[in-house]
Unconditional design. Structure first.
Length: 156
């Protein structure tokens, strides 16, 4: 058997069998950000982005994306998501996006949290690109997870 969990004995990619794992409550928190111009920040704070409510669109896109993760990530297990919370905060340099995903299942929800943040950032860029074509998505990462055999983990 391969030492890599997503490779079988022949070295071919496969979906890991998680049926023998215990069902536990699992959470994951991911963060990322979009750096934008001062003009975009001004428009956000005034509620005047030409395409509309960019923050609401990003939040909804992040929730929708978390639910579609196994359609986008080939070896990701479809799981029952019990909650997805997406927060989009404006700061002087752009927006910070945080997603928290929760389930009670046999595998974690880190990929759902990462997908949520990434797509929320993409949707936000789509909403502001006419004002700032130089917007930059950066620093998308898991910052915390709980549950499962390995228990809690926090990025330090």
């Amino acid at each position: 058997m391969s030492e890599f969990t997503h490779l079988d004995a022949r070295g071919e990619a496969h979906m890991v069998d998680v049926s023998g794992k215990d069902v536990t409550v699992r959470t994951a928190t991911a963060r990322g950000r979009v750096d934008v111009s001062a003009e975009v920040v001004r428009l956000l704070r005034q509620g005047a982005v030409p395409k509309g409510d960019a923050l609401a669109v990003a939040r909804i896109a992040g929730i929708m994306a978390a639910k579609r993760t196994p359609d986008l990530v080939p070896l990701c297990h479809p799981i029952a998501l019990h909650a997805v919370e997406v927060d989009v905060e404006v700061d002087d340099g752009g927006v910070a996006v945080t997603a928290v995903t929760r389930t009670a299942d046999r595998t974690g929800v880190e990929m759902e949290a990462l997908t949520s943040v990434t797509v929320a950032c993409l949707a936000f860029v789509d909403m502001v690109k006419a004002v700032d074509p130089a917007a930059v998505i950066r620093d998308v990462m898991v910052v915390e997870k709980t549950g499962g055999k390995t228990g809690p983990w926090t990025r330090t």
